[in-house]
Ligand binder design. Structure first.
Ligand SMILES: *Cc1c(COP(=O)(O)O)cnc(C)c1O
Length: 223
């Protein structure tokens, strides 16, 4: 016993509690279990527990896992920074890319043949190194995404800043989402909420939670 199923049940229960508190149906939330650095065996256990959506943040690792675990029929989410030159390969296994944040990446995801679901990542900090588009660049960037065949824009993704409470940061994402819907009425999704802040994210309208360690336990190596 490694406690995985107990942790999974506990997180599911607290997601349901937060959803009810927010007056929302727990079924309206998609939980992406972030499995970066975790072994394939753990992903098999998660699938046996009923997990359908998993997230990875490094292309090579994600590609190898998606290949080795193809029999599980999982939906793979790419949640990390993605190099433009890896974009075409990533879209081959990932159904959803959460981290669209640069013109070069948008252009690399262009396709006339296939469509990938995507989130625009917004940067909630003043540090450009943290990834994501700045709030004041969001609308022109969204126009570029919308004009690009091969990407279906689902909404916005964000990571809470380290140095401020999560809830007001997620409230800013909600406001940005309303702004986005002015140009993209169908892009209503919000990918936000990790192990330590998913309750705040749910209360501010998250539709996609990206939860790692609260479910998987500690990662085997640093990340
Ligand atoms: C690792 C990661 C997560 C999950 O983080 P936990 O704290 O383990 O829940 C979510 N989103 C992104 C972008 C990540 O890189």
């Amino acid at each position: 016993m490694n406690g995985l199923s107990e942790r999974f049940d506990a997180v599911r229960a607290s997601i349901a509690d937060a959803a009810r508190e927010a007056g929302r149906a727990p079924d309206d939330l998609t939980t992406v279990v972030v499995t970066k650095f975790q072994p394939e065996s753990l992903i098999r256990e998660l699938a046996a527990l009923g997990v359908t959506d998993v997230g990875e943040n490094r292309h090579q690792e994600a590609q190898a896992k998606a290949r080795a675990l193809a029999d599980l029929g999982l939906t793979w989410h790419f949640v990390g920074q993605l190099q433009s030159k890896k974009a075409r390969q990533a879209r081959a296994y990932a159904s959803v890319i959460h981290s669209i944040d640069r013109d070069s990446l948008v252009d690399a995801l262009r396709s006339e043949e296939a469509t990938v679901d995507g989130f625009i990542q917004v940067n909630l900090t003043d540090d450009p190194g943290r990834g994501g588009v700045a709030a004041d660049a969001l609308l022109p960037f969204a126009e570029r995404v919308l004009a690009t065949p091969g990407i279906r824009l689902l909404g916005l993704m964000a990571v809470a800043p380290l140095d401020e409470p999560a809830r007001p940061a997620f409230a800013r994402v909600r406001l940005l989402s309303e702004r986005l819907q002015g140009v993209a009425p169908e892009a209503v999704a919000m990918s936000m909420g990790m192990s330590h802040d998913y309750r705040d994210a749910i209360l501010e309208g998250a539709t996609h939670l990206r939860i790692g360690t609260a479910i998987t336990g500690k990662r085997p190596t640093g990340g």
